[in-house]
Design a protein around this ligand. Sequence first.
Ligand code: ZN
Length: 550
Amino acid sequence: MNPMRTKILFLFLFLVVAASAQKLKKADQTIIANLKGHISYLADDKLEGRRTGTNGEKLAMEYISGQFKAIGLLPKGTSQYYQPFEINEGKQINPATYFTINNNTLEAGKDFFPFPFSPNTKIEASPAIAVQEADMPWFVDLSEILEENKNNPHFDLNEYVRNNSRKAADRGATAIILYNPSTLEDNLEFNGKDKSELLSVPVIYISKEAAKKYFGDKTATLDIKLKTDIGEKKRTGTNVAGYVDNGAATTVILGAHFDHLGYGEDGNSMLRTGEKLIHNGADDNASGTAALIELAKILKVSKAKHNNYLFIAFSGEELGLFGSKYFTEHPTIDISSVNYMINMDMVGRLNDSTKVLSVGGFGTSPQWAEVINTQEKRLPFVIKIDSSGTGPSDHTSFYLKNIPVLFFFTGQHKDYHRPTDDADKINYTGELRVINYIDKVITTLNKQDQKMAFLKTRETLNRSTAFKVTLGIMPDYTYDGSGVRADGVTEGRPAAKAGIKTGDVIVQLGDYPVNSLDTYMQVLGKFNKGDKTKVKFKRGNEVLESAIEF
Ligand SMILES: [Zn+2]
């Protein structure tokens, strides 16, 4: 090549590079630097995955409220910026519970446990192990029933215990004391989520060790003292809310959840190896929280003043939208003045090749179509519209209060709900584009003097049938082909066992075709746990079929 031409080419290349680096305005560069600061702090190991009710959540709350204060937002919680709320996690064995045999104290949770359907009561008696008489505690040896059913996959020991104990109570037992001296596993444990009706008498399980120690001699009579005290297990989560008062009649709410999975203790991690690893949640949802803070900065000084702005960082989202639900039930502003709600959940992983930005809630107001135009020229995204007002994040709580919502989401990825969702994988320029776009949407709508009209949309999830059975896949919400594309497959669950891999598209379950997420949810509702059928799925151009058990 001619050396002179090489020089010219080099000069030309240099100019192109310099020009593209300058493309980002000073203000945009500042936002990117701020986003990096927010996300690297919130997704640091020091915050231990920001699990609701932990010190990591508290550190995040302090950070967010500190930012809100520095921006000049007014506190809009119930205690300054904070709005604490309780999450009921089911039942627990309270410390007042005890069980003694011949004055030997057994340890609750280790040597024995009461079943959650036991009433709170106190009993002192001297029953004989081998005799079942009225007005006395009864001892029930589980060996026989376990032996009888050891090859029966449909046998449910918990169900048996409940039914058999009810019958025993009807025949005069004052307590039922279960033990298993056999070599067969019973896997019985205290299940705080058990919501079954209380029986009239307590049902106690004695561990194998303790049973060996005390129940060896079947002819013995034992002195028993028992107290059951089962209470509610609660955890406190805290929303963080800040406000811009423009003296307007209507308020726009912007929200993002800041809680995440901690070490995965709540069972919502995709990592099923049992390792205790911090889930930093950089995309889910330090990214949305960072966007919330930056939008607060932008809107605090914006000329768009036809609305007040309420910024809420929600907690308890990963446990089931608890924070946003609590807010909509206990709003700190007049909820009828809310114009619309914008939710940002996972906005940090804009894919630079597909550039898909998913916008949910599009069908919740006819006016969204006036501001969101997928055909718009020079958009930095490919916008994928989802019309439903419900979905797996906090906008659902507002939609259910008849408030128009928009849900911004840059799509699923393989680090979703895994310890690898880290800050170094965030697309900061992509997130900046999302923020600028949301600012543009809000500014455009500012011209309207009336509240947005609300529309009901088709429910994505049929509440009564959802979650009865699941396949253990993470559906790709941005997939627009026919079927349901798996963006993640959980080890050990039915889909994984059937050989389904990330990227496969489920097209049929049993006799039912699956062409969308909606039909997928409906079809799942037709199966019960333990059912066996066939699943058809596409891998590339190939259609595969395999057996699946729910
Ligand atoms: Zn999540």
